[in-house]
Design a protein around this ligand. Sequence first.
Ligand code: PLP
Length: 397
Amino acid sequence: MSNQELKQRGEKYLMNTYGRLPITMVKGKGCKIYDADGKEYLDFVAGIAVNALGHCHPAIVEAIQKQAARLLHCSNLYWIENQIELAQLLVENSCFDKAFFCNSGAEANEGAIKLARKYAESKGRNDSYEIITMENSFHGRTLATLTATGQEKVRKGFGVLPQGFKYVPLNDIEAMRAAVSSKTCAIMLEPVQGEGGVIPAEAQYLRDLRQLCDKLGILLIFDEVQVGLGRTGKLFAYQHSGVEPDALTLAKALGGGVPIGALLAKEEASVFVPGEHATTFGGNPLVTAAGIAFINTMLSQDICAQAVKTSNYMREKLLALKPQFPCIKEVRGLGWLLGLALDKPGAKAVAGCLEKGLLINCTADTVLRFVPPLVVSYDEVDKAIAILQEVFTEKDY
Ligand code: PLP
């Protein structure tokens, strides 16, 4: 079926939840992806920071194929070998002690929210249920996580929302000091805001938050669903500032493309007991096989080091575009979560790049976001920059 036919069929049968571009992707290899009409694209979206090793990386494909032929699913009523191994890999390569597996970023954050409330309760602070998050943040689309999300447009239209969330501006420690109270059980934030427009938290701010949480005996939670697992050039984004949160959430890249999320926590914060939190599919043999292959490949091939080099190269190229196009306000981000902030909406640029075979997307209306596979090459960066330059010129940016 063609792109056009698939679009019509999709409109008939799917709920209208995405403003989709009129193409259907049917196969991919490395940083290239192909639509139903056979057109090739250079993929600087990568499933929105999911395909960190590129499309159909042989290690991920092999792990999935082997596991699919052995055991696809088994209940968490029993121990799951791959799940234990993936937990061990995550724990041994981070500051955390325990892992819980689920199926998405929102679910990982739901788990973190419950954990923070349970932690307060375990300390005898039954009235401490409030979580302070950041304005412009994004934490997911379930009722609790959309309420945690500091964007009115995400929360609007869903009636009575769960209680216990408060928002403060990012990087403003005084606002945070004024917001915390005896009701607070946690502070939750993204080390770099992704959906909010690629805005990094400052290292000093993170250090101040750590101090504040320690003083109050509340949890510091990092949402690394988008920025974790090598995206910023380190395996975890918290490693840039050295500020260790009590809990951290992951998803997106973790399964190399299969749906898996994780909540990691320090021993002291790992307060769930049987019956308090669970999910049928969480950490099943198939997705954790993919997760193991993903982490092992990231580590054995030092993909983070590669990501630092190529993302620095891209940053320099983007900075070099700035004097040519006055619409560019700022180049920002960390590692391969790069944002090009414009003084006008980015939708025309996204459409122009698509026409010329480059996938990018736009967050917060005016920020072009570049989150390619971490294995992207210098040549591919050059190609992306050349297309962007043409599009800016032709579309009057
Ligand atoms: N948290 C952050 C920082 C995200 O960027 C996202 C998704 O974009 C989520 C949570 C939600 O993850 P999911 O879409 O897997 O539920």
